[in-house]
Design a binder for this molecule. Sequence first.
Ligand SMILES: Nc1ncnc2c1ncn2[C@@H]1O[C@H](COP(=O)(O)OP(=O)(O)OP(=O)(O)O)[C@@H](O)[C@H]1O
Ligand SMILES: [Mg+2]
Length: 251
Amino acid sequence: MTEPLLVASDVVAGYRPGLPIVQGVSLQVAAGEILVVLGPNGAGKSTLVKSLAGACPRYGGRVSLGGRDVSALAAHELAAAGIGFVPQSANIFTTLTVEENLRAGGHLLDRALLRDRLAEAWARFPDLVAKRRAPGHALSGGQRQMLAVARALMMAPRVLMLDEPSAGLSPLMVGEVFRQVRAIADGGIAVLMVEQNVKAGLKLADRGLVMVGGRVAHEGAAAALQGDPLLAELYLGRHAAHADPIAGAAR
Ligand SMILES: Nc1ncnc2c1ncn2[C@@H]1O[C@H](COP(=O)(O)OP(=O)(O)OP(=O)(O)O)[C@@H](O)[C@H]1O
Ligand SMILES: [Mg+2]
């Protein structure tokens, strides 16, 4: 069994001290593995991944990467240490060209490495080559997500965290993005992905974690979660009833 590359223990995070959104979440992701984070709107999924990337405050817990404690590192230090992050929105510079976006993602690299990583990006995402000089705002939704992922890969992360990369995409493009995510994991990267589409997410992932109210409600092998009645209940049962007073009253 592979040692987990990313280990988070009892993570508490949010936007104001004393008002935690993520309330003690632990997770592990191994190299080559995809962990999908599921859960209803407002569960704290984005806050969790943001806190692991240093993009929002963490108030407690520990994070380690490849056995190194990275709990105290700032966002740019986490990026340099090997944590790549594609946020849920605003994940590319729309006024910069595709190539400028990639160069920005690799601005810490020396010239030779930057050239190599650019070549890798063009090879991995051939659709972006034709758009090389197009501004980000001229891309389709799918192309934007590809660019956002390619940008994060410029630093050759060991862990890649993606927040709803399929949001707003056509089924065809979702398939394309997911195919890329699997290829990235197969290359030995640990992938932590937030996903709204439970079925598609569990089909892609190796393991799943369900967050409800800032805590882990359920976790396990993706195949096992797929048929789990508890998962359906979390989405359609009592939690939904609490969240929606009309649905609750109708029960
Ligand atoms: N920048 C912010 N400042 C203050 N509170 C925030 C901020 N971003 C999110 N929150 C709050 O944190 C809680 C969890 O939000 P979060 O975005 O982590 O949920 P989510 O599970 O990603 O939801 P979704 O599925 O809608 O993306 C919500 O109550 C939200 O209002
Ligand atoms: Mg979110």
